[in-house]
Design a protein around this ligand. Structure first.
Ligand code: NAP
Length: 332
């Protein structure tokens, strides 16, 4: 592998793929290839095989997937299961047949059992039932991890699976129907800034000051979650690309978590919202806690460097500069 090696980044337009693209450019990689889903539908096996025959990538990074938050996962089980399997199967099998030597598969922390001990170690995979709200997505991703492991075991190729924790950052999905918790909170708090409270109690008694409209957030606020800035993940991918890994599966996170309520208060402070927060406990909470054990990746030599507060500030700044350009995600 050198700086001129041809690297295909599947999903280069997405939040993760675009961050990886920028990180590789920063490191002076000169031969990057990317295709939008319109140019190459990765669900189409024949089209993917033809693309590999023509382009002959030396390295493949799989950052393409049907991705969504808890509501989308729960409401659209079939595309979350089937499309993700189609995309990754086509990429992994075509890479294997085209003799790609380095393949980086991106999964998610939701592959681990719902009630696995915390923090989550790689060895807990397949030791218990999954969280039902995202089991479709998780099962697809587990088959991807296992396909890479099988190729590593049988053919000795450096196919590696990185399991990032919850990610956030520039180019995140801010569509409230399909977004993850952190970008959804940023959008809700921001939009509430322009709506003054109509509640009698919301009008501040002190002269000249009025609270912002209340913000309703999903669930009870008690689950604990870990968040990784997407540019840190992109650096982890570059690290994985430049180092030969001895095993297939590595967690990527910060190793630190907080409650959803604490996250809400942090985002509220950064956005400058002063109104009430209402917790809609009729909506599902998901797994009670999801914290990665990142010691394997730390021992390999990589560690996240962006604090949550800094990462949210940068993300909010990006949001302010890019309003009106959010993806409104349509699910068939
Ligand atoms: N976001 C997170 O919090 C998070 C956490 C852990 C792991 N991950 C993993 O990171 C990866 C990328 O996630 P993301 O957040 O970057 O998602 P994203 O912003 O929605 O991007 C997904 C990418 O996949 C591409 N894609 C989807 N369906 C496709 C198809 N049929 N054919 C070709 N390309 C297709 C999209 O291409 P177009 O834009 O051209 O349509 C897009 O570039 C996923 O594997 C996900 O599991 C994400």
């Amino acid at each position: 592998m050198n700086k001129k090696s041809k690297i295909y980044i599947a999903g280069h337009n997405g939040m993760v793929g675009s961050a990886i693209w920028r990180a590789l450019e920063k490191e002076d990689y000169k031969n990057l290839v990317g295709k939008t889903s319109k140019e190459l539908d990765l669900r189409n096996q024949q089209a993917v095989q033809e693309f590999f025959s023509k382009e002959k990538p030396e390295v493949v990074i799989d950052a393409a997937a049907r991705v969504g938050g808890i509501l989308a996962n729960n409401d659209y089980p079939y595309p979350f299961l089937m499309e993700n399997m189609q995309i990754q199967n086509n990429l992994i099998d075509s890479s294997h047949k085209a003799d790609v030597q380095k393949f980086i598969f991106l999964g998610s922390s939701c592959i681990y059992p719902k009630l696995a001990p915390q923090p989550l170690k790689e060895e807990y995979l397949l030791t218990g039932p999954l969280e039902p709200t995202n089991e479709w997505y998780a099962i697809a991703k587990i088959t991807g991890v296992k396909a890479c492991e099988a190729i590593r075991k049988q053919y000795g190729k450096d196919f590696v699976s990185l399991m990032p924790t919850n990610l956030y950052g520039p180019f995140d999905n801010f569509d409230l129907k399909t977004s993850h918790v952190l970008p959804a909170m940023i959008r809700k708090f921001h939009e509430a800034l322009s709506m003054l409270s109509t509640l009698e109690t919301g009008v501040d008694k002190f002269e000249g000051s009025v609270d912002h409209a209340p913000v309703t957030l999903l669930g009870s606020g008690t689950p604990m979650r870990e968040f990784l800035y997407v540019e840190d993940l992109a650096e982890a991918v570059v690290f994985a690309l430049e180092n030969k890994f001895t095993e297939n599966l590595y967690n990527v996170g910060t190793g630190e978590d907080l409650t959803i309520r604490e996250l809400a208060l942090l985002i509220q402070k950064i956005v400058g919202h002063t109104g009430e927060i209402i917790w809609d406990s009729t909506k599902p909470d998901g797994t009670p806690r999801k914290l990665m054990d990142v010691s394997k990746m730390t021992s390999a030599g990589w560690k996240a460097k962006t604090t949550l507060e800094d990462g949210i500030r940068k993300t909010y700044q990006w949001f302010l500069e890019n309003q009106g350009e959010f993806k409104e995600v349509k699910i068939d």
